[in-house]
Write a protein that binds this ligand. Sequence first.
Ligand code: NAP
Length: 292
Amino acid sequence: MQLLDGKATADSIKKELALAVKLRKEQGKKIPHLAAILVGNDGGSLTYVNAKVKTCDLIGFESTLIRYDDSVPEEILLAKVKSLNEDKSIDGFIVQLPLPKHIDEMKITQAIDPLKDVDGFHPVNIGNMVLDLPGFLPATPAGIVELISRNGIETSGKHCVVLGRSNIVGMPVSIMLARNTTPGNCTVTITHSRTQNLVEICQSADILISAIGRPGFVTKEMVKEGAVVIDVGTTRVEDSTRARGWRLRGDVDFDAVKDKCSFITPVPGGVGPMTIASLMINTLRAMELKGK
Ligand code: NAP
């Protein structure tokens, strides 16, 4: 078994990005600027946004964090999105999801200028991804594909089974790996909560990607000998041995499954760091695409 070390892979990407920023500075060019909108005080969202801002600092990007209370009206958020669309100093921005129930997430996503949509969630960018046209790829699926690519894993002709069909992970990663690209050319089976014979389907996977948010759901019997296993799930579970009282757990029963795999991602330290690295790649591209 080889560990698919997302942290180490993301660290190399960050070094490349830091070098690109250094060169731009030397040439007197603009530095990429990422803005993030965070609504409310959810611990998970705050951790993710802080990690994004910290990564900007580390690689030399500028960043702006805009925070609103849970009760912020939808119109205020839409007005902020409009002003960020028009702000020439901002190259790309994200609205951290999930949003409170009274706000229509799709309406907010659709209000973002597709050329600044570095999370890659806008329908225009999803359409570009499907048609393999230039655009921004959603950060987590792009991070998964980059992790596969940078670790020399063959995807062509392989059977890839994806657990979960969400708009941000399961659906886009299925499309990206089925495309006629490298990495890609997989035969993909996308599964969800209504799928029958899930265990048998998983047993035939050369590459198994789980994005369902159910800790330890993927057991040893579901994994084929020599499979590549990518665990996207990150669920907080109680852990009294930690001062904070919890730890992150993936969808895969790591200890039981690891010896059957050729490659496996840890949680944490697998897909999470790659998601942030992809967001940074998209932000640099957002600036370069505008000829800055
Ligand atoms: P989501 O929107 O809640 O979607 C979950 C998907 O899993 C749905 O498609 C659901 O099926 C499917 N599912 C649920 N139970 C299932 C079962 N028993 N068998 C098969 N499929 C089942 O989740 P998400 O936003 O994609 O996130 C999934 C996990 O990834 C979460 O733990 C999240 O925290 C994590 N995540 C991590 C990162 C990262 O950077 N590491 C990024 C994003 C998400 P239905 O469609 O039928 O309901």
